[in-house]
Design a protein around this ligand. Structure first.
Ligand SMILES: *[C@@H]1O[C@H](CO)[C@@H](O)[C@H](O)[C@H]1NC(C)=O
Ligand SMILES: *[C@@H]1O[C@H](CO)[C@@H](O)[C@H](O)[C@H]1NC(C)=O
Ligand SMILES: *[C@@H]1O[C@H](CO)[C@@H](O)[C@H](O)[C@H]1NC(C)=O
Ligand SMILES: *[C@@H]1O[C@H](CO)[C@@H](O)[C@H](O)[C@H]1NC(C)=O
Ligand SMILES: *[C@@H]1O[C@H](CO)[C@@H](O)[C@H](O)[C@H]1NC(C)=O
Ligand SMILES: *[C@@H]1O[C@H](CO)[C@@H](O)[C@H](O)[C@H]1NC(C)=O
Ligand SMILES: *[C@@H]1O[C@H](CO)[C@@H](O)[C@H](O)[C@H]1NC(C)=O
Length: 671
């Protein structure tokens, strides 16, 4: 509890002290969380928004005082995930919010307007702008487009693009899904006045209505994802978006814990209910061509149930299903953005902002806005008309730098406000989420790095009609905000949503988490990571805290002694050299259930993790050990220590599978 800021003005001193006492009493009476869910509270919230206001007042205090008021995201007998204040002192030493940049301030020379009457796109040429740019109303302008079509075999586009000239008011044929546009001075083809690119959501009328089998309304689901964004970081870097996400109808899954390292396993778990290794064993090897085509992705089930589907992702070279993976041969969803992005990237000028590691601008627009525009057009086209599902995923700005979302805060808020204006929030369930937290950069030095990496943001919006029709589901979701949950629960929630409209539809639940269930049912308070298929390595129920104190450096050398003893005991010492410490990457201490993450209490013996490099061939190791801080003794089973870089060239003298991990052969020693 922090009362410092209240007492700043002596005027209010007494009032402030009173306030503090009252708050303290309230605080002491709610041992779990400040906003412990009660049924009553929720019932009121549907109509009167009590829930929202309460959330707001509490988090606001937490954020602006830089001190932990809300102490836990989850606090149960078996799982304690501490709440990390977003603006801690150590962070503020290097965090600077970034400023938004546009790609072009020039008006569109050619606009693609969707005409509601004819249900088609028309191309409008801005002649005022053309005259301005050509410096005369006399000079003639020529415009043509190049249609982009999908090249299935390569999950890309067909090159070269055919050229088609058009004039004012041109109606884009229905088969054209995306195009490049160029306008030039008629007398001088090299004088290009403007180039642009569009992807269309061409209207698909509903097929003949089948006999009315479904009884219930089928809720649409829009998934809006930002790569590498933790729930700590969304509070930190996107305050405006975060504020929007605390509005009425939004629920934050504060115990959401990732199940894999990077994007691929985490999205696989959500979209298919499988992790890659298990997929290989039970379905197909995801690194082989055609595997994704036959994979039981959620969009397949949704399509079969009558949903229209869309999927768009930026940064084509690291796309979820294409980065060191074969991608799709068959187009996976009704609307699929990848071919257009690949063409845009190849054909338009691109630009990186100063702090960017991926393309920021493609032609006249932000790379990300193509994705969001596609999502906006998709929802505009259909949200009032029929059930839809879409995944709109961006990684270009957030993947490599935890601070970059701050550049996009307002920009993304504008899209969310468009959703609101367009009625998306009246009709649809919206999931605003991430796959994992930041994994690179200085933020990994913070005490909270372990949590940062493992706690992706996960916000779920339920429209009013849904909350009214299924109050028990809304109640459960409300409670689940502070229970441990995982990607597989989200998968099962999607299946659950699908089944609401088609009660007779029997579909398999998440294969790799038999105990997971829809987030519309209350999660057991006694749930542990193993119940949610979260492996020990990723589990935040008893998080590790990064140590910076000198004494923590005593652990790694002790671990190395154990490795050397092991090599001797196994009689490898005539072949392998003794290892010596080069430097320590990091040492972390396990914060067991009885401990407070923010306290530096003295503890004789506990579990630590240490990652270090040895002098010999720069080999890296990662060990989980028991360390006694008084006797300076390490207890570890050497064979559980991970080798985190390649050892192919280091241990050619040994055939022993385990020994190879720890042995640097004398003959392979590089100086
Ligand atoms: C657009 O206008 C803003 C405000 O005048 C300016 O800061 C920005 O640099 C301009 N962007 C481009 C790409 O010219
Ligand atoms: C056409 O371009 C001019 C000059 O940039 C601009 O002022 C005008 O608003 C544009 N018209 C439309 C319909 O966008
Ligand atoms: C535009 O036209 C004016 C008058 O005709 C001329 O003075 C000016 O140099 C022209 N500018 C360009 C960029 O051609
Ligand atoms: C045609 O346009 C290009 C680009 O604006 C320019 O460099 C070139 O001088 C022009 N050629 C003629 C013949 O006007
Ligand atoms: C190598 O390590 C072993 C086991 O810790 C030790 O007994 C031995 O003396 C070491 N050899 C050298 C040359 O340091
Ligand atoms: C270790 O190696 C020596 C010499 O090669 C051999 O005599 C001895 O039996 C080996 N010991 C073990 C435990 O393998
Ligand atoms: C370990 O011991 C050092 C003194 O050697 C002490 O400063 C530190 O707080 C101890 N750590 C724990 C976790 O008890």
């Amino acid at each position: 509890m922090y009362c410092g800021s209240f007492v700043a003005h002596s005027h209010f001193k007494w009032l402030a002290i009173w306030l503090c006492i009252v708050l303290l009493i309230i605080y002491m009476h709610s041992p779990e969380n400040f906003y412990k869910p009660t049924k009553l509270m929720y019932k009121q919230s549907v109509n009167k928004n009590v829930f929202k206001n309460e959330m707001e007042s509490i988090d606001e205090v937490a954020i602006f005082n830089k001190r932990p008021v809300q102490k836990y995201y989850v606090k149960t007998k078996v799982c304690k995930i501490p709440y990390i204040p977003p603006f801690t002192e150590d962070l503020m030493k290097f965090y600077k919010p970034k400023t938004f940049e546009t790609c072009s301030n020039e008006t569109d020379l050619v606009q693609a307007n969707f005409d509601e009457d004819s249900k088609s796109y028309r191309l409008y040429i801005n002649e005022t702008l053309a005259a301005q740019k050509l410096n005369s109303t006399e000079v003639k302008l020529n415009c043509y487009y190049e249609e982009i079509t999908r090249y299935a075999e390569h999950d890309s586009y067909n090159d070269p693009l055919p050229r088609i000239y058009f004039s004012q008011g041109y109606e884009v044929p229905l088969h054209v899904q995306g195009m490049m546009i160029h306008c030039y001075e008629a007398a001088n083809e090299t004088n290009i006045v403007q180039s642009d690119a569009y992807a269309f959501i061409q209207y698909k009328p509903m097929a003949e209505k089948p006999q009315k089998v479904e009884t219930n309304r089928q809720p649409s689901v829009i998934m809006f994802g930002i790569d590498s964004t933790s729930r700590i970081n969304v509070r930190r870097t996107m305050p405006q978006v975060f504020k929007f996400l605390r509005g009425p109808g939004w629920y934050e899954m504060q115990g959401y814990n990732k199940v894999g390292d990077n994007t691929f396993p985490n999205l696989m778990a959500i979209l298919s209910g499988y992790l890659p290794d298990s997929a290989k064993a039970h379905v197909c090897d995801t690194s082989e061509k055609y595997c994704f085509d036959r994979f039981p992705f959620i969009w397949k089930h949704l399509k079969a149930a009558g949903y229209l589907t869309a999927y768009a992702e930026d940064s084509w070279s690291i796309n979820t299903f294409n980065y060191v993976k074969p991608g799709f041969v068959e187009q996976p969803t009704d609307y699929y953005f990848r071919p257009f992005l690949r063409a845009f990237d190849a054909k338009l000028d691109t630009w990186k902002c100063a702090e960017c590691s991926w393309t920021y601008c493609m032609g006249r627009r932000l790379q990300t806005s193509y994705i969001y525009d596609y999502g906006r057009d998709f929802t505009r086209r259909y949200i009032k008309e029929r059930p839809i599902w879409g995944l709109f995923w961006t990684s270009s700005f957030s993947h490599d730098d935890y601070s970059m979302p701050s550049k996009m805060d307002k920009h993304i808020l504008e899209y969310l406000l468009d959703f609101k204006k367009d009625g998306v929030l009246d009709e649809s369930i919206v999931i605003f989420f991430s796959d994992h937290g930041a994994r690179y950069g200085r933020i990994m030095d913070l005490d909270s790095a372990f949590l940062e990496e493992r706690l992706p943001m996960m916000f779920i919006y339920l429209p009013t009609w849904f909350r009214e029709q299924y109050p028990e589901f809304a109640d459960a979701l409300y409670i689940n905000q502070h229970r441990l949950s995982s990607n597989f629960d989200l998968h099962n929630t999607l299946i659950h949503i699908l089944q609401l409209g088609r009660p007779s539809e029997a579909l398999p639940l998440a294969h790799d988490c038999p105990k997971c269930h829809s987030l519309f049912y209350p999660i057991d308070e006694q749930r542990r990571c193993v119940d949610a298929a979260i492996s020990e390595h990723y589990c935040t129920c008893e998080p590790y805290k990064r140590l910076h104190a000198k004494w923590a450096d005593r652990i790694a050398p002790r671990v190395i002694e154990h490795i050397n003893d092991y090599l001797w005991a196994r009689n490898f010492s005539s072949l392998c050299v003794n290892l010596t410490l080069h430097y320590i990457h990091k040492t972390e201490m396990k914060m067991s259930l009885d401990r407070d993450f923010f306290e530096n209490d003295i503890i004789e013996e506990t579990v630590y993790r240490t990652k270090f490099k040895v002098m010999q061939n720069s080999a890296d190791f990662y060990a989980t050990v028991l360390y006694n801080n008084v006797t300076d003794q390490v207890t570890v089973d050497v064979e559980t220590i991970s080798r985190t870089n390649s050892y192919d060239k280091d241990s050619t003298c040994l055939n022993d599978k385990l020994g190879k991990l720890y042995c640097i052969c004398m003959k392979d020693l590089r100086s």
